[in-house]
Design a protein around this ligand. Structure first.
Ligand code: KDG
Ligand code: MG
Length: 412
């Protein structure tokens, strides 16, 4: 009776955690409220899917039942501060999934696309970059040309390395690239940084020569270099005028990037493996990077990304979230809504998905004229095609591990 004449808050009534494999593995959170509103969240941690699924099912889900879905920040704080052992990829991906799903519910309740609730558009369209790779320069240029013909203005370029059999971001036969292999244990690859440093600047310079000045070129070193090697690469690429050089050194060492920064004007990007604002605080406050790449799923959802981006805004660092095929189209939707509403958002990675993934997660976001658009459906604008989410399709898949030629384990 106390509620008569007032809006009765809705409550979360059902929590479902779906581990499925529409061609590759994803963990999806589906929250349903008493009023029948459905919110979707992505909780995929590539290669550790069942850990986050259990965290959600066994520890987080039961705490959500009966909660007001409108208390998004309070729920975030409850799931973060309410755990003595906090942070880390598994816990933060679980919080991220809940947060994304609650914003989705809020948008649907309001009948508004998420970007409208985040302050509305600050831009008409969102820049994106696609991946091009080729074992050698001619093969790489074929993919670069295909992306340009499709209207994309920014392209990540990865190439093979003479003397190596396997290289991150490339396939030897130039077919579809998917680093996670379905097997009981990770594949082992041999890595040789010196060979890479000898060949890569020339390949990237070759791409620049081919495309002219108008295309943004990006390259991902995937955390494999020492600071001085990274500095050498950055300097070698200065004449190319890169959009950015990504993940040059292992991400847990911010001081490494200070050394790199002292030697090169090539813009630096990092952050896809960060989980919280505290992982990037030093990098942002000391202006050691130009782009922060935190992913909405892995860094605590929309609520936490907004705080990271606000900190970055104060320090002239721009947002450029991770967008590989191992964050689901739900995460990508959240990122795109943020992307049109956040002033210091620069560019959204869009690796693309196999067709079955698009079918499994029908989505309002889309590509138009080489840019991303969130669409105008309420909330995130993503639904689930239940017929393509079967729990028994799940098979473990692992990212590779890398060893140097002498057998020492190194960063993949
Ligand atoms: O699961 C690992 C991938 O997300 C990562 O290798 C992709 O580095 C990546 C990128 O920039 O997309
Ligand atoms: Mg990367």
């Amino acid at each position: 009776p106390g509620w008569i004449g007032r809006t009765v808050p809705d409550v979360i009534e059902r929590v479902e955690v779906l581990v499925s494999s529409p061609s590759r593995n994803y963990v999806t959170l589906r929250l349903t409220t008493r009023d029948g509103i459905v919110g979707l969240g992505d909780a995929t941690v590539n290669g550790r899917e069942l850990a986050v699924a259990s965290y959600l099912r066994d520890h987080v889900g039961p705490l959500l039942i009966g909660r007001d879905p409108g208390r998004i920040e309070d729920t975030w704080q409850y799931l973060y501060r309410g755990v003595y052992w906090r942070r880390g990829p598994i816990g933060m991906a679980a919080i991220g999934a809940v947060d994304i799903a609650l914003w989705d519910i809020l948008g649907k309740r309001a009948g508004q696309p998420l970007y409208a609730l985040l302050g509305g558009r600050v831009r008409d369209r969102l820049a994106t970059y696609r991946h091009a790779f080729g074992w050698d320069l001619p093969a790489l240029l074929e993919q670069v040309d295909a992306h340009r013909e499709a209207g994309f203005e920014n392209i990540r370029v990865q190439a093979g390395v003479p003397g190596l059999d396997v290289v991150y971001g490339v396939t030897k036969d130039n077919t579809v690239y998917e680093p996670a292999g379905r097997a009981a244990a990770p594949a082992e690859e041999i890595w040789d940084t010196e060979a890479y440093l000898r060949s890569m600047p020339g390949v990237i310079a070759g791409v620049r020569e081919h495309v002219g000045d108008a295309v943004g070129l990006l390259h991902d070193a995937h955390h494999r270099l020492t600071p001085i090697q990274a500095a050498r690469l950055g300097k070698a690429l200065e004449p190319v005028g890169m959009y950015w050089l990504e993940d040059v050194t292992p991400a847990e060492d911010p001081e490494a990037l200070r050394l790199v920064r002292q030697h090169t004007t090539t813009p630096l990007a990092i952050g896809e493996v960060f989980n919280t604002i505290w992982d990037c605080q030093q990098l942002i406050e000391n202006r050691l990077i130009d782009y922060i790449r935190v992913a909405v799923v892995h860094a605590g959802g929309i609520s936490h990304l907004r705080k990271i981006f606000a900190l970055a805004e104060v320090h002239g660092v721009r947002a450029a979230p991770h967008g590989p095929s191992d964050v689901s189209p739900i995460s990508l939707a959240a990122s795109i809504h943020l992307g049109v509403a956040v002033h210091n958002f620069a560019i959204q990675e869009y690796m693309g998905y196999p067709d079955l993934v698009h079918e499994a997660f029908p989505h309002a976001w889309h590509v138009a004229d080489g840019h991303l658009q969130p669409g105008d459906e309420p909330g995130l604008g993503v639904t689930l095609n239940d017929e393509l989410h079967h729990a028994d399709d799940y098979e473990p898949a692992y990212l590779p591990v890398a060893r140097r030629r002498d057998g020492t384990l190194t960063d993949w």
